[in-house]
Design a protein around this ligand. Structure first.
Ligand code: T46
Length: 197
């Protein structure tokens, strides 16, 4: 049974990989719609996430877009990710040298409907696959972007073996339907990528 910590309007639940944490948030629903706190430092610290986020990002993607798997080498970032429109399958891969789960992956469905967040510590590769017609993806980072420091791993590396879900009405995942940037289409295999020492 995964350990959960509740603080304020947040519940923090560990996953199979140490540090990768699902965050559930209380929504206050009324006849107008809903309100929810999306981040509160003191509750996150109580939940074991004591991080100074210094950059917010947002990206918009259409069905079948797969962004990743990315990381920064000398300037690693932890990320707090969520979806404000649509649905994605979000994946973190453990690159922490010496970690008992080195090379393991964790995947979580994040959506505007489930309002879940995922915290990914430094030392991970990160990516997501869009499962809805459109997805707006928002996230906090605790380190800024260094364009010359980007690393990456091929989304379909067999050594990692991410089980990407089906999308777009297909009964099973169809790799011919994903949309990759030129950069992501050329990312190296896991065994050729950087290791966090
Ligand atoms: C990440 C980033 C990008 N950019 C610029 C660089 C490019 O001109 C443009 C698109 O960048 P990129 O194609 O790397 O965007 P994504 O494919 O969404 O990359 C992100 O996707 C995965 C899922 C991540 O976790 C990372 O945050 C990040 O690597 O935005 C910036 O100006 N600042 C930034 O912080």
């Amino acid at each position: 049974m995964a350990k959960s910590i509740q603080s304020g309007n947040f519940t923090f639940t560990e996953t199979s990989i140490e540090g990768v944490t699902v965050v559930d948030v209380v929504s206050f629903v009324d006849e107008r719609g809903y309100f929810m706190e999306t981040y509160k430092r003191k509750d996150f610290v109580a939940g074991g996430i004591d991080v100074d986020f210094i950059q917010d990002n947002q990206s918009s993607s259409t069905l079948g877009v797969l962004r990743g798997l990315h990381f920064q080498i000398a300037h690693p970032q932890s990320k707090l990710v969520r979806v404000v429109l649509g649905e994605v399958f979000d994946v973190a891969v453990d690159l922490r040298w010496g970690s008992p789960t080195f090379g393991a992956w964790e995947g979580v469905v994040l959506s505007a409907e489930n309002r879940k967040q995922l915290f990914i510590p430094r030392g991970f590769a990160h990516g997501f696959l869009v499962l809805s017609e459109k997805a707006e993806f928002c996230y906090k980072c605790d380190n800024i972007y260094y364009p010359d420091d980007e690393g990456g791993i091929a989304w379909n590396d067999p050594e990692i073996g991410i089980e990407w879900p089906s999308f777009g009405g297909s009964s099973k995942f169809d790799p011919s339907k994903i949309v990759l940037s030129d950069k992501d289409a050329k990312l190296p295999r896991f065994d050729a990528c950087h290791r966090y020492c």
